[in-house]
Every structure is written in structure tokens, then in C-alpha cells.
Ligand binder design. Structure first.
Ligand SMILES: Nc1ncnc2c1ncn2[C@@H]1O[C@H](COP(=O)(O)OP(=O)(O)OP(=O)(O)O)[C@@H](O)[C@H]1O
Length: 263
């Protein structure tokens, strides 16, 4: 099965040739459901992300964010409903190199250097980002000769970000991309993201850092029990939670995600 751009996965160049795009939605999830035995992970989620938008997925642990991300990347099959990326099956969009992904459990291979790894990943794409630009964007310049398995957790996370960038994809899907990053690395990361969005890239990211969602996302989707409980800008989310505009998003998040009846 084709997977997003992570270690040990299919090479996107193996897929069909790219064709010219004319539509404007990078992501469409239409009423997707997913159950794992007796656990409902996603319960009727519909989501459209136009090209160029930065969308943040918020939700408590277990709300269904990673499952939703898995479905939009084609690595989790929905029980019902459909997922489309660029009006294609997600696996096809991944094969075509339109998508760069950082999933929560993404690994990195042992015994290779950062440069070897990125050279391999870049070779999988028809129009990869120049290596120096990947390194600069992911803030790993100077680490190219280091062995990936000897990096710190935060450095490895930046290398995984570099892998997601390597194909210069139109859509980046990032599950908790700043989880292991220190304060400076997090700031650098968001500066890089800004440059990418300025170039028209579409970004979907899940996070527990509410201030990141508030500051960097065009639109925020708050999930609870596998469904959307609120969506809009940070200000609209606060309004939905009946809070003043100056209130921290955290207050709105807690109010919205503690409701017993999401309907
Ligand atoms: N492979 C799986 N097998 C069984 N249950 C699963 C599996 N993946 C997810 N779940 C369950 O589905 C629900 C949603 O999980 P998911 O990982 O999508 O949530 P999340 O919002 O990403 O959580 P977190 O913020 O903790 O990463 C949880 O109850 C989880 O235990």
C-alpha cells in the first residue's frame, strides 16, 4: 500500500505521472466514519480544505485527530464516507508526490546520514525541493553528515519535517509537528511554515498547542468524540464557546470539549 512520505514507504515516483490541476480543494473528507472494535474513533466527519489554507485540528487525547489524518492520507480506510485529496484517491495523490506528511509514529531508518536519507527521499519525486533549501527550511543545516539514529528527539523530528518537505508538495499534513521541539525550534518551524504558506502551500496540522493554532491557522477545527464540535477562526471558536474575543483559546477549547452532548 502506498503511504505518505515516511521512512520505509513506497516511492511516489512509482505512481502515475502528474497531471495539471484545476480544482481548488486540497482536501475533502465527506462524512467519514471509523470504528476500532468497540471504539468509535471518527463519527461522521466532513471537512474541506481549499488550496492555500492552513487548517489546525484541535481535540483532546483520543478525539480522533490522528485517525482523521490517517484517513486523509489513505493509510486508514474509512468504514464509510470518502476521503479525497486534489479530487483523487488519497493513495494516488500520495503516489503522485502531492502530499508530504509527518505522522505521529513516523520513524527514521538506522545507520544512514541525514543527507543520505534526504537524497533518497528527494529522488522519489519529480520536482523535489533543492537539498540546501530543505535543510534550511527544516533548520537542519549542519546536521547533514550526522547519523539519523544518533540525533536528539527534536533534531530527529526536524529531519522528519525535512522528509515531508523534500518533494516540495502542495499539501503538508503534520500530526503534532512541534511536539518535541524546544521554544526556538518551534518558532523557527512556524517561520518556515509561513514561508511555505506564502508560496501557496496547503497545511493541515494537529496540535495540542492552542496558541499555535490561534496564531498560525487560517481556520481551526475542534474535534470531540470523533466529530467536529466547533470550527472557524480563533475568534469564532471563542464566540462559539460564548467567550470574549480577548479570552485565551484554551478557555474556549475546554468549554467546547467538556460538553457531554456535542450536537
Ligand atoms: N489502531 C487502533 N486500534 C484501536 N483503537 C484505535 C486505533 N487508533 C486509534 N484508536 C482509538 O481511536 C480513538 C481516537 O484515536 P486518535 O489517535 O485518532 O485520537 P487523537 O485525537 O489523535 O489523540 P491524541 O491527541 O492522543 O493523539 C482513541 O480512542 C484510540 O484509542
Amino acid at each position: 500500500m502506498s503511504r505518505p512520505i515516511e521512512y520505509g514507504t513506497a516511492c511516489p515516483r512509482d505512481g502515475p505521472e502528474n497531471t495539471v490541476l484545476s480544482m481548488t480543494n486540497a482536501v475533502v473528507l465527506d462524512d467519514v466514519h471509523k470504528r476500532y472494535r468497540d471504539v468509535t474513533a471518527v463519527a461522521g466527519l466532513s471537512l474541506t480544505v481549499p488550496e492555500g489554507q492552513t487548517l489546525a485540528l484541535l481535540g483532546a487525547n483520543g478525539a480522533g485527530k490522528s485517525t482523521a489524518i490517517g484517513m486523509l492520507l489513505g493509510v486508514v480506510g474509512p468504514d464509510s464516507g470518502t476521503a479525497r485529496l486534489y479530487d483523487r484517491d488519497p493513495r494516488q495523490a500520495v503516489r503522485e508526490g502531492r502530499v508530504g506528511a509527518m505522522q505521529q509514529e513516523g520513524g527514521t531508518p538506522p545507520r544512514v546520514t541525514v543527507k543520505e536519507l534526504l537524497t533518497f527521499v528527494r529522488a522519489c519525486y519529480p520536482g523535489p525541493m533543492p537539498l540546501a533549501e530543505v535543510a534550511a527550511t527544516a533548520h537542519i543545516t549542519g546536521l547533514e553528515r550526522a547519523r539519523v539514529d544518533r540525533l536528539s528527539g527534536g533534531q530527529r523530528q526536524r529531519v522528519r519535517f525535512a522528509m515531508a518537505l523534500a518533494g516540495d508538495p502542495g499539501l503538508l499534513v503534520l500530526d503534532e509537528p512541534t511536539a518535541a521541539l524546544d521554544v526556538r525550534a518551534r518558532r523557527d518551524f512556524w517561520a518556515a511554515m509561513r514561508r511555505l504558506t506564502d508560496r501557496g502551500r496547503t497545511i493541515v496540522f494537529a496540535t495540542h498547542y492552542l496558541e499555535e493554532a490561534d496564531r498560525y491557522a487560517d481556520r481551526i477545527v475542534v474535534m470531540g468524540d470523533g466529530r467536529i464540535v466547533a470550527e472557524g477562526t480563533g475568534a469564532e471558536i471563542k464566540e462559539a464557546a460564548a467567550l470574549a474575543a480577548g479570552s485565551p483559546l484554551e478557555d474556549a477549547f475546554l468549554a467546547l470539549t467538556s460538553k457531554e452532548d456535542w450536537a
